[in-house]
Design a protein. Structure first.
Length: 189
């Protein structure tokens, strides 16, 4: 693994970082396929999934991102009673030597381990399937019925589209029209 400046590793709690806003943007859809992992994400997932599970966490997602001139390998973890900074540190300590040894990422990068959050990005088939019956927000590339943002109950999901119960009616949205999607947390309860 190639880290920047003095082995700098970011272990963050979701709500205390500049990335909070960025975490709800940019879902890449390729030909209607929500699962648009790049090879670094896929290889990292294959390498780390069991290790993270053995530590008692779920590996929710992995993103390999470029922000400005910097690369970030973001590992999102989850567990039923939530994630804290100690959990992030524990996972970071466990995976750092493995990432060093396997050297999947050739560029210098920042390693970030964080919670998947209360409002989770929906990027993969299993993310959407777990949200059936729950409220989600979908942002579109272009308007549908004069709207680009829909928030409603996810009723159905398949490889080509999803059905969202929105304002008293069911709306079918093709996956290749979706710019981003996330679960919606009820902040009033």
């Amino acid at each position: 693994m190639h880290l920047l400046e003095n082995e700098y590793i970011i272990c963050k709690a979701k709500y205390f970082t500049r990335r909070v806003e960025a975490e709800f943007h940019s879902l890449v859809l390729i030909g209607g396929n929500v699962l648009a992992e790049n090879s670094i994400e896929k290889k990292t997932d294959e390498l780390l999934r069991k290790i993270i599970q053995d530590l008692g966490y779920d590996l929710y997602d992995i993103e390999y991102l470029k922000e400005g001139k910097e690369y970030h390998l973001c590992i999102y973890i989850d567990k039923p009673d939530g994630i804290n900074i100690n959990d992030c540190e524990k996972v970071t300590d466990a995976i750092n030597p493995i990432l060093d040894r396997e050297d999947i990422v050739k560029e210098q990068y920042f390693l970030e381990v964080s919670s998947s959050g209360l409002e989770k990005k929906l990027r993969k088939k299993e993310h959407f399937e777990k949200q059936i019956g729950n409220k989600i927000e979908v942002k579109l590339f272009t308007k549908l019925d004069n709207k680009k943002i829909f928030e409603g109950i996810l009723k159905e999901y398949n490889d080509k589209s999803l059905i969202l119960h929105y304002e008293g009616k069911d709306v079918e949205i093709e996956l290749d029209k979706i710019a981003s999607a996330k679960s919606v947390f009820d902040w009033n309860n």
